[in-house]
Design a protein around this ligand. Sequence first.
Ligand code: MG
Length: 146
Amino acid sequence: MYLLDVDGVICDFFGGVEDFFGLPLDPHSYNLAGQLGLTQTEFIEVLDEHFWANLKPMNDWLVPVLGKVILCSAAGCESPAAAAGRHKWVKKHYPELELISIRNKSLIKGTLIDDLVSNNPAILFPAPHNSLRNIKHIEEYICTKL
Ligand SMILES: [Mg+2]
């Protein structure tokens, strides 16, 4: 069973933050709050349900190639607005999938695919802020890891 992270993998959180604040941000840094001059708490508080519910999907090839998959995201733990918005987003784009909102993803048994090194994923998903940033053909790369 694959556990699939949402933000930065199948949901364009980074682009959504740029649009929300109307500012270009550095994709190589994962500290978006810091780039905006906010604390993490201030950053999360300002992101409303509409923001979370309307993020753009990305990499729509991924779920079909994985087969059995559970979505696994920390976003819903951050605030009631994030939880509600994330729930709406999943219902809209992946109504057939279960969503687990959890910070410590290692507590769930499965093969985690995630863009954040600190989540210790079995398969690191290439992203500008991790060591796989230079991988051009992400779909090909991921398929070799499954
Ligand atoms: Mg992520």
